[in-house]
Design a protein around this ligand. Structure first.
Ligand code: C2E
Ligand code: MN
Ligand code: MN
Length: 401
């Protein structure tokens, strides 16, 4: 299948003109041998590369480039399929835009088209090419200096044991995971994550329960979550708990019971965040609205959890704005190399900035993901890179140096 792939990357500071020339020579003969067309544009800082050819050859070339660490800020922009080649002969052609007429470059790459009028049949690969030549979207390029996990240092935060806190809590326990502000290097909150008594996942604990029992356990369990959070110390910090809307809506006085648990633990409602996933909100929206209003009236803040993982997304945000929005890990994984993920997260960050919603990025595992996100303006993070959920003993937080 004919495949078109486009990426951009930045010139590595110590790549000499001579080694660049050699690199291109090698790419040309590689491409020719596997019938791949390579078009490379260079504006003095950024390379824009089009690869077109049989799927296996393009993929093999792409994987080789991915492993080559002479590319800085390597970002995949597009992978597409088409009935015929758009970009001419196989091999490798480079265009230095610094001393070229952009319209001439365009006609050299696509002789049958016009640079001054975009035709009806311009598809995404051609529009990407045109935008690069017209210097469009440059402001969305996020540039990141190389970072290493070796520069991180550790902080230990003690965590009290669950035993003897409240009698019911023998049926479950909580792991705590910090939510961090990497600008101020502060833990801003702890998320309480429920576990079975043996440390099993929320899924393990909840799967055997009928709906009513599940709601009851979900609500009741927050007693020990709040007490333990209080013991960790919540000066200038919050505790985040997950709740199913049903646990507040289906149980009589659900909201009042939650508020009573907060007070009994010696917390004020302003220290508490309730996290609900977008799908759960949308499927119970009318009933849940009443509960949300009551929580907000009492001082508790609301977070939409796993934003981007479900079906609600932007329509939910248009109906109701939470205090916090947690971007799901699925959008975050590998963000430093994905043009699509970057564009989506930049849009979420912009939208939340306009609405004064705090964005927390979940599931950050790689240092490169964090570096990109931070350069793009994200500030609050939760993920294995910084700290894994801890059941007891201590939470180890890893801070960028
Ligand atoms: P969540 O609220 O989105 O919590 C984050 C989940 O992602 C946790 O999984 C956490 O261990 C995991 N996680 C955090 N950082 C990373 C990372 O960098 N990489 C990866 N791969 N995973 C990371 P966990 O504890 O298994 O919880 C799963 C879900 O169960 C939670 O997702 C939440 O929706 C639900 N849950 C947890 N506790 C409760 C609870 O008390 N009540 C209810 N109703 N649901 C809960
Ligand atoms: Mn959560
Ligand atoms: Mn989540």
């Amino acid at each position: 299948m004919l495949t078109t792939l486009i990426y951009r990357s930045d010139l590595h500071h110590d790549l000499s003109a001579d080694s660049l020339k050699k690199l291109i020579e090698r790419a040309r003969s590689n491409n020719e041998s596997v019938s791949v067309t390579g078009i490379l544009l260079f504006d003095g800082r950024t390379f824009f590369q089009i690869l077109e050819g049989p799927r296996e050859s393009v993929n093999a070339t792409y994987h080789r480039i991915c492993r080559d660490d002479r590319h800085n800020n390597f970002t995949l922009l597009l992978r597409d399929y088409a009935p015929q080649r758009r970009f001419g002969l196989t091999g490798m052609e480079i265009f230095d835009l610094r001393n070229a007429d952009r319209a001439d470059v365009f006609s050299a790459i696509l002789p049958q088209r016009s640079f001054t009028s975009s035709q009806t049949y311009e598809d995404r690969p051609i529009r990407f090419l045109r935008s690069f030549l017209e210097d469009k979207n440059r402001s969305s390029y996020v540039r990141v200096a190389p970072v290493s996990k070796d520069d991180f240092y550790q902080q230990a935060i003690p965590l009290h044991d669950e035993r003897n806190i409240c009698p019911a809590s023998r049926r479950w326990t909580f792991a705590f995971q910090p939510i961090v502000d990497t600008v101020e290097k502060k833990v801003i909150a702890f998320e309480a994550l429920i576990r079975s008594p043996s440390g099993g996942s929320p899924q393990d604990l909840f799967s055997s329960m009928a709906k009513d029992e599940l709601y009851e356990v979900d609500l009741l369990s927050k007693e020990s979550a709040f007490i333990r959070a209080k013991q960790i110390g919540l000066v200038n910090r919050k505790v985040s708990v997950n709740l199913l809307p049903g646990s507040l809506v289906s149980l009589p006085d659900g909201v009042d019971r939650l508020l009573a648990l907060v007070a009994a633990a010696g917390l004020v409602p302003e220290q508490v965040v309730v996290e609900v996933t977008e799908d759960e909100i949308i499927s119970n929206f009318t009933e849940f609205q009443v509960a949300i209003d009551k929580l907000k009236a009492a001082g508790i803040s609301l977070a939409i959890d796993d934003f981007g993982a479900g079906f609600a997304g932007l329509s939910l945000l248009s109906q109701f704005q939470p205090d916090k929005l947690k971007i799901d890990r699925k959008i975050i994984t590998g963000i430093h190399r994905s043009g699509a993920r970057q564009a989506i997260v930049q849009a979420i960050l912009n939208c939340c900035a306009s609405l004064e919603i705090t964005v927390i990025v979940e599931g950050v595992e790689q240092v490169e993901e964090w570096a990109w996100l931070q350069a793009a303006g994200a500030r609050y993070f939760q993920g294995f890179l910084f700290a894994r959920p801890a059941l007891s003993g201590e939470m180890i937080v890893h801070w960028p140096g």
